[in-house]
Ligand binder design. Structure first.
Ligand code: ATP
Length: 238
């Protein structure tokens, strides 16, 4: 764990009516770190990301680059550089791949040079996206759409990247490709928070993994110390 994390979540809680979906979660991600949030269905993983973004009512504190984020200001959070790739990708199907990517950089206005610079970076990360710029995004495969979703997030020039199960519904090979790219991004300095149900894949990349169960972080795992899947399973069913 780094001393001065970019994202530092302290005692974050959220509820839907009477359901306490997230109970006083602490997580952090520093420069160059990819941290995983693992846990079974309904554990509260998506809720954690939504609460960090301020998309749902929450209590506790989200510190970003040393300052508290306002509790309910998702646009402000994104503008500051906290960028979420949501579950289900949130791609605009009828628009082209290029239009989807350009939307991610809405902040820069008409600065074509900056737009080109960011597009070039996305093409380096996902060469396949470059070949499909004019294609309607909704007609791409699930894996390609996920690449566009991550690419669009990168167009916003994030300071921390949050991803909600990017592997959902994807074939293993393309999942591997996408997760590998996330590893590259974190290695280049960008803190990444990866929510994943496929624990073995996430543990290959993560420097730290938080295990959520029934809304609570029940363990912080050092992936190098996990010797077997059975060992991980014991947390899941604890
Ligand atoms: P999954 O992997 O299935 O997406 P998750 O770990 O992301 O699961 P959440 O989606 O965060 O889990 O849900 C946590 C809990 O909150 C669950 O009990 C869920 O039923 C409940 N919940 C989530 N969204 C809502 C909502 N909009 N209204 C009421 N309850 C909700």
């Amino acid at each position: 764990q780094v001393a001065d994390p970019v994202l530092d979540v302290r005692g974050l809680s959220a509820r839907y009516g009477h359901v306490e979906a997230l109970k006083s979660a602490d997580i952090s991600a520093g420069k160059g770190e990819l941290v995983a949030v693992l846990g079974p269905n309904g554990a509260g993983k998506s809720t954690l990301l939504r609460a960090i973004m301020g998309l749902i009512p929450n209590e506790g504190e989200v510190r970003f680059l040393g300052n508290s984020l306002p509790r309910r200001d998702p646009v402000g959070a994104a503008t500051k550089g906290v960028v979420l790739v949501p579950e289900g990708r949130g791609i605009f199907g009828p628009m082209t791949v290029l239009e989807n990517l350009e939307l991610g950089a809405y902040k820069i206005g008409g600065d074509r040079q900056e737009m080109e610079r960011r597009l070039t970076h996305v093409f380096e990360l996902f060469p396949r996206v470059k070949e499909r710029l004019k294609q309607v995004a909704g007609s791409m495969s699930g894996g390609e759409q996920q690449m566009v979703a991550v690419g669009r997030a990168m167009m916003a020039d994030p300071k921390v990247l949050l991803l909600d199960e990017p592997s959902l519904g994807l074939a293993p090979r393309v999942t591997g490709e996408i997760l590998e790219t996330l590893g590259t991004l974190s290695a280049s300095g960008l803190p990444v928070v990866l929510v994943e149900q496929k624990a073995p894949l996430a543990l290959k990349l993560a420097c730290r993994a938080y295990l959520l169960s029934l809304g609570r972080i029940v363990a912080t795992i050092n992936p190098r110390e996990v010797k077997s899947h059975d060992e991980l399973a014991q947390y899941y069913f604890a």
